[in-house]
Design a protein around this ligand. Structure first.
Ligand code: TRP
Length: 367
């Protein structure tokens, strides 16, 4: 049976394909451990607010780990993507600098990593035009992540930008010739779309030498860290007031965790299905200390939720102490943050200009 590219896109989150992606992620992990030099990682996030513990444990810590293994690291602050599902951008400048502060505090090293914004890299955005000609409107409408994001907007109409942002994301990844994109499962359809665009571009405008395609085919690197929930046992999100933000003080963190929801059973066990709140606290402590959640539960035993909360508070505060100290230093130094961003933007522009030139060359548009 043949699979059309449309099926491929629709299936990119199905189980078999997820298993393949996981297996591929493991292969890549061992390849990096052996030699990081063939890899370039590009990842990004929307500047919609400050980072919380869920982001830190779920993604950022992993980016830092890969950077520290020696992989060339590019991090996009996706400022144009902010307007895909909302009208206004909010206090964007403050949020971009806040995100940058959080990244550097968390261990992204601006002397090695390239940190940049969409809006400062015109050639990246220009790739959107040829790329849009390589996708069908039906394909865009089928993207399950775009559908889910539209549904989460409470009845807003689909904007042209929301519908086409996976194509913009393909430009983010392809302009810098990244071959590694650490993402959560929800971003896999975009990665599949990116590979299709790369493949179709080379097929349509391909260079004579098939060994030298214009674009690389990027792989997803699935994050292994399990998702942690908010202090009320549901999804961590700022609007619910259940988050522990990197910028909170140790005391504020203690207060948040003291208020955390638990259950009536004094005996602490790790049972995510039946005891989501207690298990989530155990998971936080586990991710912070590296000890298995079951072992932590056993140590606490009958000492109850108060003991559990004290233990989690100490573990989280200890892990975040150096991050917070760096954060405090950086937050007062806007000039430094702007220098980092300007240097990153400059490097991204050089790379994007070169790629756009190759694209124009392939399309016979050099005049
Ligand atoms: N779409 C991603 C998100 O919402 C952010 C993002 C934009 C991204 N461009 C990217 C992630 C490129 C990885 C690669 O979280």
């Amino acid at each position: 049976m043949t699979t059309t590219s449309e099926d491929q896109l629709a299936n990119s989150t199905n189980e078999a394909s997820l298993l393949r992606t996981q297996a591929r992620s493991e292969e890549i992990e061992s390849a990096i451990a052996e030699d990081p030099s063939p890899f370039r990682m590009l990842t990004g996030a929307r500047p919609t607010g400050s980072l919380h513990l869920g982001h830190y444990l779920g993604t950022i810590r992993d980016w830092v780990r890969i950077q520290d293994l020696g992989v060339d690291t590019w991090i996009l602050v996706a400022d144009y993507q902010v307007i895909t599902d909302r009208d206004g951008v909010g206090p964007l400048r403050e949020r971009v600098l806040g995100l940058l502060t959080d990244y550097i505090a968390a261990g992204i090293d601006p002397t090695r990593a390239t940190i940049f914004t969409h809006s400062a890299v015109p050639a990246l955005n220009q790739l959107m035009l040829p790329f849009l000609s390589l996708v069908t409107e039906a394909e865009l409408h089928r993207n399950p992540t775009v559908k889910a994001e539209l549904e989460a907007t409470d009845g807003r109409a689909m904007s042209g930008l929301l519908l086409t942002y996976p194509v913009h994301q393909a430009a983010d990844i392809l302009f810098c010739k990244a071959n590694l994109v650490p993402v959560g499962q929800d971003q896999l359809p975009h990665l599949e779309q990116t590979r299709l665009i790369a493949q179709r571009f080379d097929r349509r405008y391909g260079r004579a030498d098939p060994e030298r395609p214009v674009f690389r085919r990027p792989d997803a690197l699935l994050s292994e860290a399990p998702h942690i929930l908010g202090t009320d046992g549901v999804k961590m999100s700022k609007s619910r007031g259940n988050t522990i933000e990197l910028r909170m003080s140790a005391d504020e963190t203690a207060r948040m965790l003291r208020k955390a929801k638990t259950d009536a059973d004094r005996h602490i066990t790790y049972d995510p299905e039946h005891r989501p709140e207690v298990s989530n606290l155990l998971l936080m402590a586990s991710l912070a200390t590296g000890e298995a959640p079951e072992a932590i539960a056993e140590r606490i035993g009958d000492k109850g939720a108060g003991t559990l909360k004290a233990l989690v508070t100490e573990a989280v505060n200890e892990m975040l102490a150096p991050v917070r100290a760096r954060r405090a230093e950086l937050a007062d130094d806007e000039a430094y943050l702007l220098d980092v961003l300007h240097a990153g933007n400059e490097k991204a522009n050089e790379r994007a200009d070169r790629t756009l030139h190759q694209v124009r060359e392939a399309m016979h548009m050099i005049y």
